[in-house]
Design a protein around this ligand. Structure first.
Ligand SMILES: Cc1cc2nc3c(=O)[nH]c(=O)nc-3n(C[C@H](O)[C@H](O)[C@H](O)COP(=O)(O)OP(=O)(O)OC[C@H]3O[C@@H](n4cnc5c(N)ncnc54)[C@H](O)[C@@H]3O)c2cc1C
Length: 412
């Protein structure tokens, strides 16, 4: 039997280094930041100063850029190994940023690694992996459903050696302060299939014609998810990324691993919330015994433990499939849907067990819940993944009279 859940020693060494770095450097710095912030919401400049300082220590502690190849300054971990490391980093709020493995940069770096020309890599990937610039990925538009990217209205028209781009985007994470964007625009409106109508462009920022209208106010505050107005933006033809008409394909290729990277980070958050739940239930005395002795609380613990365990197995299996070049979209959809919903449920239960304290800003739980809500929308809303899962299930059954191929293809 080839199934082996032990970690190779080199991966385990990185995981332990990351865990120690989070415990000894990142968590204490975050606690200090929160303690000095009114209402638990630190000022942006204080967060940035903390991240810059911690990034230097991350490089010294050899935990910097775990997901990139060694020749690009990274630790060379594959996607399965990253599941362990990302979950460790995400047990803190800013851990992934400190390692330069945060969304959307991690996904953009992988996209550039696999789809950019050598010149584009030097110009955009190099400063990104060195932590000198941040980037953003601009696809979603307010006027058309993000769930159907073929409807994108931002247009790019070729004039000589330059593209002229006009359109409107929103919820572009990290846009304010980004050094470049990967922008998706429509170049071939009559393409057949319609998926071939979009192209990806590399856009140097700031740029004339790229206006950050606002940082959209959300239920989790302002998270640098920006609305962008694009007016007569000029982009050289050399900045087409991955070839004309390949914008949709590139988005899909980017989103598979990027969705899973989100899930890995969410697992770290779920585990943190569950540990807080258990800790509070053990400490709180009620009717002469710990709250943890109440069966209703034990059900919450049991449900959360089972859901977290399922989440871990789903993520590992999807990562294994990506790493081995096997079809992975069904498994990534399983994981994306399940982990996003588990995050929401477990943080909510942890708040419940904390009582009024959970509703206060004295613990990070309320902030975690507000952020968790977006997990069911980003990188494909729940229903998009359910639709895809059901489509694959029906196709598998129609083809073979079995659902096996669409339920993990595991031969059991
Ligand atoms: C915090 C945050 C960060 C984001 N960051 C980025 C970013 O960096 N770059 C970027 O380009 N975009 C980003 N987005 C946008 C995100 O990708 C879109 O919100 C998402 O794709 C959904 O698109 P939409 O909001 O237009 O909803 P719509 O497509 O209008 O969908 C609305 C609802 O319709 C339902 N629905 C959709 N499809 C189906 C279906 N097939 N069957 C049944 N029901 C369905 C779902 O309930 C869905 O929530 C971000 C969003 C958030 C909240």
């Amino acid at each position: 039997m080839a199934i082996d859940f032990t970690l190779p020693p080199d991966v385990e060494a990185v995981r332990l280094r990351v865990r120690e770095f989070m415990d000894t450097e990142v968590r204490p710095a975050e606690e200090k930041l929160r303690a000095n912030a009114p209402n638990g919401e630190p000022a942006r400049r204080d967060v940035v100063a903390m991240i810059i300082e911690l990034r230097q220590r991350a490089k010294e502690s050899e935990v910097w850029l775990p997901h990139m190849p060694v020749e690009w300054g990274g630790l060379g971990l594959g996607i399965t190994a990253m599941a362990f490391v990302s979950a460790e980093a995400a047990r803190t709020s800013f851990g992934p940023f400190v390692l330069n493995a945060q969304a959307p940069d991690e996904g953009n770096q992988h996209t550039l690694l696999h789809h950019a020309t050598p010149e584009q890599q030097e110009r955009y990937l190099r400063p990104s992996v060195e932590g000198r610039v941040r980037s953003c990925f601009a696809m979603t538009e307010p006027e058309v459903p993000g769930s159907d990217p073929t409807g994108i209205r931002t247009t790019a028209v070729l004039h000589g050696d330059e593209w002229l781009i006009n359109g409107h985007k929103w919820f572009i994470s990290g846009a304010r302060g980004a050094g470049f964007a990967i922008l998706i625009a429509k170049t071939d409106p009559d393409a057949d299939p319609p998926q071939a109508s979009n192209t990806a462009f590399l856009v140097d920022l700031p740029a004339d014609g790229w206006e950050v209208v606002r940082d959209v106010e959300t239920m989790a505050g302002r998270g640098n998810h920006c609305e962008i107005r694009i007016t007569d933006l000029r982009v050289p033809n050399a900045n087409v990324l991955g070839g004309r008409g390949n914008g949709h394909l590139l988005g899909q290729a980017r989103l598979g691993p990027a969705r899973l990277a989100h899930c890995m980070r969410w697992i770290g958050q779920i585990e943190t919330a569950l540990e807080m739940l258990v800790d509070r239930a053990e400490q709180r005395q009620l009717h002469g015994e710990p709250l943890a002795e109440k069966q209703a609380i034990q059900w919450m613990m049991a449900d959360s433990a089972m859901e977290l365990y399922t989440a871990k197995l789903m993520v590992l299996h999807a990562a294994y499939k990506i790493e081995h070049g096997l079809p992975f979209r069904q498994e990534v959809s399983f994981a994306k849907h399940h982990v996003a919903n588990t995050l929401w449920r477990v943080v909510d239960r942890a708040i419940q067990v904390h009582g009024a304290l959970g509703y206060s800003t004295d613990t990070p739980l309320e902030m975690m819940l507000r952020h968790a809500r977006s997990a069911r929308l980003v990188d494909g809303a729940d229903e998009v993944h359910q639709a895809l899962i059901a489509r694959n299930l029906r196709a598998a059954y129609a083809e073979s009279g079995s659902v096996g191929a669409a339920t993990g293809d595991l031969e059991l």
